[in-house]
Design a protein around this ligand. Sequence first.
Ligand code: ADP
Length: 258
Amino acid sequence: SLFITLLIFWALAIAIAYVLSRLSMRPILISWKKQREFSADAAHELRTPITVIQNQMEYLLTKPKKRILDEASSISTALDEVGQMQTLIKRLLMLSRGDANIIQIQRQSVDLREWSKRIFNIYQPLAESQHKTLRRDVLVSGEVAFDPDLMRQALVIILDNALKYTPEGGVIEVLIKKQHGKLIISVSDTGTGISDKDKNQIFERFYRVDESRNSKTGGNGLGLAIAKFIVQQHHGKIDVRDNHPRGTVFQMMIPIFK
Ligand code: ADP
């Protein structure tokens, strides 16, 4: 009977170890590795703009004092880089606060027409100035509860991309509707499209399709990771499909709370 008791203990120990490793150890190990990659990528992303700014400043210092104001273009290049760094730092902070579980969503009743109109008032003139058409179709009446600031951030990220990756003459359409108890916010564009291979990866941190093509468009591959995080905080899903005949459709789906 001693042998049987030992056997039972042994089996129990293995079962507990197995369950523990599935439940906790594995995610912890993965997230350590991811965390290390995340910091390394972040440092790398910050180094580039800092080097540009440093070079511009060193160049300015070689100029005679009185001529410095003639150097508007290097000052504005440096300012652009500072702007990009600001966005990057804001996004990094958002993701690390998300990782640390300290972002609480604040659900409020939102009038979708009003909410989307505010975003449109900013993006419509921008689209027009780039000779692109931006349309909005809200098929939901009444109010829906979500975090209006966070969801605005998510929509703005997707809209920014739609504009960035759609050439002149293109059309971007935002559609807001309800389906099967879910709120669906979709953004379609007639831009460059995304290959099936890349569709699986664009939501990962720092992933960018074709770095050389994208180097002109700025960005650092954090936008969609943040949009996904925000949608998940709302217990929703985000996905991407082809638009026909060309371009991309991003869709955010969140369960409706009244
Ligand atoms: P980025 O700051 O580089 O735009 P994102 O995470 O927002 O980072 O997007 C990741 C990559 O997905 C982009 O670099 C781009 O290659 C691709 N992408 C995103 N949205 C679109 C779109 N509407 N059309 C084509 N490609 C897109």
